[in-house]
Design a protein around this ligand. Structure first.
Ligand SMILES: NC(=O)c1ccc[n+]([C@@H]2O[C@H](COP(=O)([O-])OP(=O)(O)OC[C@H]3O[C@@H](n4cnc5c(N)ncnc54)[C@H](O)[C@@H]3O)[C@@H](O)[C@H]2O)c1
Ligand SMILES: [Zn+2]
Length: 373
């Protein structure tokens, strides 16, 4: 087991990473518990696959488990489900010193985290992320949210967990497409701040994808270290934390354009978005011309999408995509901030980018025909 400590003053917590952690969940959680009881929120894909092992891991340490199983899917990050989780926690008499456990992907983590932040003005939170995306990104750093009918993640709170348990064994049941989408975020860390990690991914990414435990543990650990480091510098996103949005300005517009549907998963949007961000950086003369193709080749070799024509169904034109970027909640005074790069591993936040080259880049990308197969 490896451990990354997130050293926020007064709210420090550990991220434990390794195979088989569910089976020792009880022992690992005990230091965070005021009594031998936890309240688990999970979804109906994760429950049949992993809840029993979590329960057994708790029973071994004498910890009683109550659970709430919600429908899987993004639609669960709603006001109605938030109410359900909050009322359930009150009904089962979760006390302020008790811990609620989010056992699932980013959807369960974001929803449960937000519920934990507001029940009794804040009860303890333990994240047990079960997707690669949740292990490297959403379970760490304290952002919680639900969606509003007006947009994604528009309602939420910053609320740090007391503990994160990332059991790499649970990833074996994750559909390959979800695993690869999570991998898009892993690559992002290398691209934004660690060229050596990107090189490591070029070499060991395929092993990670194909189930190598040591490679998975290493990638989750390095990703969490990088996220923790950025969150420590800028917990509430006034500055450096925006680096984590590399690929996301483009990616969010593409997700919005495809209705947040199965046509494009978040991490898939991030992989196309990272390639576009490097293309833009090269066009603006920030990075060398050959860098974007190295980025594209790695995503493609791993089986991720890198081009707009790989998104099934039509896309809006470049003007409309730029309009979608303007609606992002990170836009200030109509100015769009991009995360661009000087090189692999050297990203920078650039506010107020001129939109003409962005439109031109998107027009070209939309016009690139699908290769004849
Ligand atoms: N809080 C943050 O900082 C942050 C960061 C990134 C993303 N997010 C949020 O995370 C969400 C996406 O997270 P996600 O990709 O984990 O989605 P998800 O939670 O919907 O999980 C993806 C799918 O995998 C299933 N699943 C989960 N674990 C499994 C397992 N071990 N085996 C088999 N199936 C499993 C889920 O039921 C779901 O169908 C979005 O709502 C996004 O906004 C939050
Ligand atoms: Zn993301």
């Amino acid at each position: 087991m490896e451990t990354v400590r997130v050293d926020l003053p007064g709210r420090a917590y550990d991220i434990h990473i390794g195979p088989g952690l569910l089976s020792s969940a009880g022992t690992l959680m005990t230091p965070c518990l005021a009594r031998q009881r936890v309240f688990v929120v999970t979804d109906d894909n994760v429950a049949p696959r992993h809840l029993d092992r979590f329960r057994a891991g708790c029973a071994g340490a004498g910890i009683e488990v109550s659970s709430l199983v919600l429908p899987a899917g993004e639609a669960t990050k709603s006001w109605a489900r938030l109410e359900e989780v909050v009322e359930w926690l009150l009904m089962v008499r979760a006390e302020r010193n008790d811990a609620v456990v989010a056992l699932g992907g980013g959807v369960i983590g974001d929803l449960t985290g937000f519920a934990a932040a507001i029940v009794r003005r804040g009860i303890r939170l333990i994240q047990v992320p079960t997707t690669l995306l949740a292990q490297v990104d959403s379970s760490v750093g304290g952002k919680t949210a639900i969606n509003s009918p007006l947009g994604k993640n528009l309602v939420g709170a910053f609320y740090q967990p007391d503990l994160v348990l990332a059991d790499t064994d649970v990833l074996t049941t994750l559909p390959r497409r979800d695993l690869l989408a999570g991998y898009g975020e892993v690559v992002k860390y290398g691209l934004l701040g660690d060229a050596a990690f990107f090189e490591w991914l070029e070499e060991f990414g395929p092993a990670l994808r194909d189930g190598d435990t040591a490679a998975r543990v290493h990638a989750v650990r390095r990703s969490c270290e990088m996220k923790a480091d950025i969150v420590l510098r800028d917990e509430k996103e006034h500055g450096d934390r925006a680096l984590l949005n590399l690929g996301h300005t483009f990616g969010h517009a593409l997700e919005a354009a495809t209705g947040y549907s199965d046509r494009l998963l978040h991490g898939e949007g991030v992989s196309i978005g990272c390639v576009l961000a490097f293309d833009l950086s090269a066009q603006m003369g920030l990075c060398a011309q050959e860098v974007p193709s190295r980025v594209r080749v790695h995503f493609r070799d791993m089986g991720l999408r890198t081009q707009l024509h790989e998104i099934p169904g039509g896309l809006p034109d470049a003007d409309d995509l730029v309009d979608l970027m303007r609606q992002d909640k990170k836009v200030r005074d109509g100015q769009i901030t991009f995360v661009l790069a000087r090189a692999i591993g050297e990203a920078l936040v650039v506010p107020g980018v001129d939109l003409a080259p962005v439109r031109a880049l998107l027009s070209d990308a939309l016009a690139t025909p699908a290769p004849v197969s």
